[in-house]
Design a protein around this ligand. Structure first.
Ligand code: ATP
Ligand code: MG
Length: 251
């Protein structure tokens, strides 16, 4: 589904990603961990097509197509979803209108007619239930005045509505209380199937206890320096990153 090869990217002339290789197949859940500033959010931004980042080398194939040549909205229509580390507020735009615009833009891309108002509201209700999102939030402007945890839950709600092939969740767990963490993780698990895949970026084992990724990757200084199974996350939890940093820095 996703094949990243030798990806280098920079921002303001500073190279952040220094040769990322990553392959993700349908049905898989991968976790990306790594110290602050290692390039995790940058990788998600580059995959989503944030124009602030310049790709200088490498290729990214998404469902057999060249991802890097697609504008951001086409990446989204093709099934890529990014849940932001810091979700943006969009005052004056209601959740309903925002989501309807997103859903219908995708339908138009696939030459389908817009969804009827009744069908759309029915779907919103069903998807809201997945993440137990309060109706009051859904009727407000996008993220405006939402608490940190409400914003994160709202990201998973949007993911549920858009039914992406590949979801990248950038620290969706940070700022969540234990109950919200469980709801968000259960939401991710409910949406999981054999045709989609998820990348969770996290600092904490806590989320991985619920989501249980098969593959763990450690990003450090713009490269994936270690990959393994769930035991790698436990090792990080116990030992921190110093041993990995030493291994890499002494090479
Ligand atoms: N606009 C920018 N200008 C200059 N440097 C930037 C910019 N955006 C990101 N960086 C730098 O790129 C590096 C990687 O940042 P990134 O946000 O990808 O890290 P991260 O792994 O997501 O960290 P965290 O765990 O703290 O979220 C950091 O050193 C950061 O300062
Ligand atoms: Mg980050």
């Amino acid at each position: 589904m996703l094949k990243v090869k030798g990806l280098h990217a920079q921002i303001n002339g500073k190279e952040i990603l220094k040769g990322i290789n990553l392959e993700i197949k349908p049905g898989e859940v991968h976790a990306i961990m790594g110290p602050n500033g290692s390039g995790k959010s940058t990788l998600s931004m580059v995959l989503a097509g944030n124009p602030a980042y310049e790709v200088t080398e490498g290729t990214v194939e998404f469902n057999g197509k060249d991802l890097l040549s697609m504008p951001p909205e086409v990446r989204s229509h093709e099934g890529l979803f990014l849940g932001f580390q810091y979700p943006v507020e969009i005052p004056g735009v209601s959740m309903v209108n925002f989501m309807r615009a997103a859903v219908n833009a995708k339908r138009e891309y696939f030459h389908q007619p817009p969804m009827s108002a009744t069908d759309f509201l029915k779907m919103m209700r069903e998807k809201r239930a997945v993440v137990e999102l309060d109706n009051k939030l859904a009727s407000r402007s996008v993220n405006e005045g939402f608490s940190g945890g409400e914003k994160k839950r709202n990201e998973i709600f949007q993911m549920a509505v858009l039914e992406p092939r590949l979801s990248i969740l950038d620290e969706t767990d940070s700022g969540l209380d234990v109950d919200a963490l469980r709801v968000v993780a259960e939401g991710v698990n409910k949406l999981k199937n054999d045709n989609n895949a998820t990348i969770v970026i996290t600092h904490y084992q806590r989320l991985l206890d619920y989501i249980r990724p098969e593959f763990i990757h450690i990003l450090y200084k713009g490269r994936i320096v270690k990959s393994g199974g769930p035991e790698l996350a436990l090792e990080i939890e116990n030992r921190g990153y110093d041993w990995i940093k030493e291994e890499v820095d002494n090479q």
